[in-house]
Write a protein that binds this ligand. Sequence first.
Ligand code: NAP
Ligand code: MG
Length: 427
Amino acid sequence: MWHHYSHVPHNFKKQNFLTTIMAEKIKMTTPIVEMDGDEMTRILWKMIKDELILPFVDLKSEYYDLGLVKRDETRDQITIEAAEKTKELGVAVKCATITPNLKRMDEYKLHEMWKSPNGTIRSILDGTVFRAPITIPSIKPVVKNWEKPITIARHAYGDVYKSVELRADEPGVAKLVFDGESGKHEEVVIHEFKGPGVLQGMHNMDKSIRSFAHSCFKYAIDTKQDLWFSTKDTISKKYDAQFRIIFEEVYEQNYKAEFEKLGLEYFYTLIDDAVARVIRSKGGYIWACKNYDGDVMSDMVSTAFGSLAMMTSVLVSPDGNYEYEAAHGTVTRHYYKYLEGEQTSTNPMATIFAWSGALRKRGEKDGLKDLMNFGDQLEAACFDTLNAGIVTKDLVNLMEGIEPKQVNSLEFIKAIRANLEKRLGCC
Ligand code: NAP
Ligand code: MG
């Protein structure tokens, strides 16, 4: 699963067993859910399908157009339907989509300011998002000892993101109060204000923390990586401690045996200790973070690895459904240039890896070795292309030890196709 050339297993080398393949495309049994999207990524989506998927795979997909026009037309029902279908079929691939704001309301003449599709899908699947960089030898991370990707798993519910706040504008007493349904009443004094100040109340739920834990342990086993988890339970002895306790419980009861069998480690530590260790580490593990820590640390880790365009993202639900996408948005600025007739050099890597990830997972779930292999070969063909120095504009200034040749998106995808054909021993 390493998105790194030096970790590409040897079965990635050119194989001949699919020699006859183009006469007969790779078969699928269960469809994947395909969620189309907006702007430049919608353009890339079609190029990727036409050049890298449809010529090789007898694609079975349930297509949902999550482009903003269709979402508005269906009053966003299509997003809900796509998420429900993902629960039924287990694997989805999603294109980046616009999250409407006031400007988009006007631009698309929307009936309503529809919610973020990713938020809607996440709440239906109850999942955790895992973000991992695609790394290549010629793009060196800022942290020079990082040799392998670091995957951030961010808890996507509660804490400061669902908090309520108050301005205390005079002296007074602030209390935290809980009224149980049974009639139980608990209260603690937060602070006796002698002058003005600020207050914040936040919460989380055992159920959400438990789902988060299951998703993390499942994904660690899936990708055969150690799992790190960090909180500040020395200071927060009830709130953060509850996270530690639930993770420990879920691990002991459900995953310990499998971890031991695979030689994996579950490692709990304080957030500040984790930060120090991450910087000194070689990488190659999943770092599970509370909501705020994950928000902040994922930006740090992704920036340090190089480019947003090289960041993959997968939503994993606690019951084992997977939705693959790119971590970046719809690349609006490039789309406006494209509309003016310019061939842009937008990087399709993360979107291609969403497809390869989804097809490989579908193959794994359905026991289809050729489909799994196709996912591997498609990624390997991307690495062949980048390692030969053929790159999109965003990567040109990041490359070291190799003379990069900048191409536009379609040329880049066609170069990948040529390498894919070589690898599959066809055409
Ligand atoms: P963005 O689409 O990620 O793009 C921000 C900038 O990052 C781009 O202008 C570009 O820089 C660079 N970039 C991102 N992806 C790239 C790629 N594949 N190849 C080359 N450069 C890339 O973020 P945004 O402009 O803030 O958001 C645009 C729209 O996307 C918004 O409507 C937002 O709601 C949506 N969005 C969707 C998702 C999602 O569906 N998961 C996530 C985030 C944002 P240069 O312009 O300097 O070349
Ligand atoms: Mg953020």
